[in-house]
Ligand binder design. Structure first.
Ligand code: PLP
Length: 372
């Protein structure tokens, strides 16, 4: 047997993630591996923490990258904050809200569901009602940017509402971080997780998380142990915390963290506000082009994500066939519809480095050719 090295083609990634990665980030990843307890590496980890604090707009001391994809960041929030018997309001307006419900059940919590239609944001009024009906709810969990539909929810209003009811929030910002305004401290969010491969345009496999002092207090006052050893953040803290001595917890994905560091440096150099602006501007260009091709958006403009554009597939078009032609002819990946939108919609991502004029133009040209 003689299997050869793998050389992937250069695709343009305009799906729901992973997104296009800057050559600078890929180069950073190929730099020499050093030990994860090497003082130089520890110093770089501290810089990653500072850069993540900027990206999340937080002063939270506990701001790190979980060494696993967004789903692990999600699980880290749920296993650490919830104890068996805790009642949690879970907002479900797409695929990822449903995953939150499963996480609550698996840690022995009780989920109080607030359902909204796919493509709509979480209804703040319904959440208010849920708190009124269940005053013993200690937590509110919601997705800021639903990647399955492209809907943005009002994290600021939901954060304020939770605080009025003395509840902590668990917030999914996997697709929002770096793409739309997100202000963890100002909005009083408590346990917030994200992913490296969406609007940060880094390689997949890392999950930035941040915990507020109130979230840390909740973890420290638990009466039951955290079920997961790997995701027990009180153990992980000893690995990521700055004061002199660091204790071995697991081996950090050294080269992936170089990549995250580089992608966050690029974000810092561009400026967070400018990055948000760029996503919006590229969305407007894509929207103009798509609408002139006759496409209709799934999500109303008032709460549409610029970085995830869900559009209905035109009548009479074989959606899977067109997607595979885009991939094979144009090296262009767009996303299929998920759940109730499967077979009916495409999801076109404009995330991070991929939110560019060049990508917008390629996508419009390819779609025009394939649907006419
Ligand atoms: C992609 C995504 C996740 C999961 O992230 P993985 O890195 O695929 O585990 C969770 N939530 C949302 C909103 C996402 O878009």
């Amino acid at each position: 047997m003689s299997i050869q090295s793998f050389f992937p083609p250069r695709r343009v990634l305009m799906g729901p993630g992973p997104s296009d990665i800057s050559p600078q980030v890929l180069q950073a990843m190929s730099r020499p591996t050093i030990g994860h307890l090497d003082p130089l590496f520890i110093n770089m980890m501290d810089e990653v923490k500072s850069l993540l604090k900027y990206a999340f707009q937080t002063q939270n001391e506990f701001t790190i990258a979980v060494s696993a994809p967004g789903s692990a960041g999600m699980e880290a929030c749920f296993v650490n904050l919830i104890e068996p018997g805790d009642k949690v309001i879970v907002c479900r307006n797409g695929v990822f809200g449903e995953r939150m419900r499963e996480n609550v059940l698996r840690v022995g919590g009780e989920a109080v569901l607030v359902d909204d239609e796919w493509g709509k944001p979480v209804s703040v009024d319904k959440v208010e009602q849920a708190f009124a009906d269940h005053p013993d709810c200690k937590l509110l969990a919601f997705v800021h940017a639903e990647t399955s539909t492209g809907a943005l929810s009002d994290a600021q209003a939901l954060g304020a509402l939770a605080k009025r009811h003395s509840a902590l929030t668990i917030v999914d910002t996997v697709t929002s971080l770096g793409g739309v305004p997100l202000k963890v401290d100002e909005w009083q969010l408590d346990a917030v997780y994200s992913g490296s491969q969406k609007c940060l345009s880094c390689v997949p496999g890392l999950s930035p998380v941040t915990f507020s002092p109130a979230a840390i207090e909740k973890i420290q006052s638990r009466s039951t142990p955290i079920q997961s050893w790997f995701l027990d953040q009180s153990l992980v803290l000893g690995y990521w915390s700055g004061d002199g001595k660091r204790s071995y917890h697991h081996t950090a994905p050294v080269n992936s963290l170089y990549a995250l560091h580089e992608s966050l440096v690029l974000l810092q150099n561009e400026g967070l506000e400018n990055a948000w602006q760029r996503h919006k501007a590229m969305h407007n260009k894509l929207k103009q082009g798509l609408e002139s091709l006759g496409f209709e958006f799934v999500v109303d403009e008032a709460y549409r994500l610029p970085q995830l554009n869900a559009v209905y597939v035109p009548q009479g078009i074989d959606e899977a066939k067109v997607r595979s032609e885009l991939l094979n002819v144009f090296n262009l990946e767009i996303g299929a519809g998920l759940g109730s939108l499967a077979g009916k919609a495409w999801r076109i991502g404009l995330m991070g480095y991929g939110a560019s004029e060049q990508n917008v133009a390629l996508c419009l040209k390819a779609l025009e050719e394939k649907i006419k």
